[in-house]
Design a protein around this ligand. Structure first.
Ligand code: PMP
Length: 436
């Protein structure tokens, strides 16, 4: 039965009392009232396969996570100024998933806050403010994060790069400055060029921040060896390397718990968010003892909500479900299955220009002409509405909005993959001719 306000009145109230900068998905927005596993349900009880939500990582409203939160909420919630088991139990369990020397964590409340803290720590550790950032990347909504996000400062409403921000090309094997698999050295050489330019001006980078796989820039897997070469360059100058795992962490890439492991590097600072609390607002920064010590300047670091017993109970439950349900190896299996069937579709439909990604972090780049790679922006938008009409939720990504972004809850399995592939095939077969 329908429940609550009707959609039109919610939209009218949003327009009256909320900022126009809050966007909605779809021409006809959905009202979603319930979630379970990989599915969302609207006010009419219709189910939608959720292929967008990488936050509700172990599945919407997972009963083990819900129960852990409810139990702790009914017994105690405070800040970290009293001794409590949850903080240390969860910290220990989380840190056990990291390689040495990453053994100190800070709990915060959002991915933006995690990156914000990472920048401050890098500044304390190096005494430098200059930051190397990747073109097209997004790292959060705070002042420092917007400054580090070319997606924002180069985009609508942006003010361009601040003087301490230095952009390096996006390592994008399909469409970037250098194309093909063996382009790590070329991209790393460009970063060296940027660093040399700084040296000429007697500045050195304090840090380099990079997602371990690129999200907002277009679901991109960087060429093999890129981070190794770049980390070497940055560390030679005394800078630190920050890996933003807010989107890709917690086993989404299938082959490992952390995206940086797919590039065979160990960062100095790692930031975590989105999936860490399965939708409960929490995030973390993980670093080395040396950097954590450099942050002890005499100024206390206090965070009202970060590391509270409820958040820690929820974070712990997420890690337990990941392990119990073997969701990381599941993501690998389902991701490989999807890629294999998508590759078969690509042989039939020339508009599928590129299929990329790892585990359940995949991108399908659509082009209107494979030889020029001209982005099929209108076709992608049409497909997203087509998927919606078949009750599959997907979003587009990349500067030309021509990449189908696949990042469902990790409980998305072969049955769900088959449903998606079937509808994708129907969509490709019935797509009208559209001008871009
Ligand atoms: N880093 C990356 C890579 C992100 O994708 C996001 C959110 N889209 C953030 C940081 C910011 O996280 P939050 O929205 O939780 O502040």
């Amino acid at each position: 039965a329908p429940q609550g306000r009707d959609k039109a009145s919610i939209q009218a109230m949003r327009q009256q009392h909320f900022s126009k900068t809050l966007s909605l998905s779809y021409r006809e927005p959905l009202k979603i009232v319930r979630g379970q596993g990989a599915y969302l349900f609207d006010e009419q009880g219709r189910d939608y396969l959720d292929m967008v939500n990488n936050v509700c990582h172990v599945g919407h409203c997972h009963p083990h996570v819900v129960a852990a939160g409810q139990r702790q909420m009914a017994s105690l919630n405070t800040n970290t100024r009293y001794l409590h088991d949850n903080l240390v139990d969860y910290g220990q369990r989380l840190l056990a998933t990291f390689p040495d020397p990453l053994s100190v964590c800070f709990f915060v409340n959002s991915g933006s806050e995690a990156n914000e803290l990472a920048f401050r720590m890098a500044r304390c550790a190096t005494g430098r403010r200059d930051l190397l950032v990747v073109d097209g990347a997004y790292h959060g909504n705070t002042n420092a994060c917007i400054e580090a996000s070319s997606y924002k400062f180069d985009g609508p409403g942006g003010e361009g790069a601040a003087s301490h921000i230095h952009k390096v090309p996006l390592p994008y094997p399909y469409r970037g400055l250098y194309q093909g698999a063996n382009t790590a050295s070329a991209y790393a050489q460009d970063l060296r060029g940027v660093v040399e330019g700084l040296e000429w001006r007697n500045t050195l980078p304090g840090a380099f921040i990079c997602e371990s796989l690129q999200g907002v820039a277009g679901q991109i897997v960087m060429p093999e060896g890129y981070l190794q070469q770049v980390y070497n360059t940055v560390r030679k100058t005394g800078g630190v390397c920050i890996a933003d795992e807010v989107q890709v962490g917690f086993g989404r890439v299938g082959q490992s718990m952390w995206g940086f492991q797919t590039q065979q590097v160990v960062p100095d600072i790692v930031t975590l968010g989105k999936p860490i609390g399965n939708g409960h607002p929490m995030a973390a920064v993980v670093t080395t003892p040396a950097i954590a010590d450099a942050f002890v300047t005499g100024m206390e670091y206090f965070n009202t909500f970060g590391g509270n017993p409820v958040s820690c109970a929820i974070g712990m439950a997420v890690l337990e479900v990941l392990e119990q349900e073997q969701l990381v190896s599941g993501a690998q299996k389902t991701g490989d299955y999807l890629k294999q069937h998508l590759a078969a579709l690509a042989r039939e439909y020339a508009c599928i220009g590129d299929i990329r990604g790892m585990g359940l972090f995949l991108g399908v780049e659509l082009v209107s002409d494979p030889s020029t790679k001209s982005p099929a922006t209108a076709q992608t938008a049409w497909l997203i509405e087509f998927f919606k009409s078949h009750r599959i939720l997907l979003s587009s990504e990349g500067p030309d909005a021509n990449v189908l972004k696949i990042k469902p809850p990790m409980v998305f399995g072969q049955r769900e993959a088959d449903r998606f592939l079937d509808i994708f095939k129907q969509g490709l077969a019935t797509m009208p001719a559209l001008a871009n």
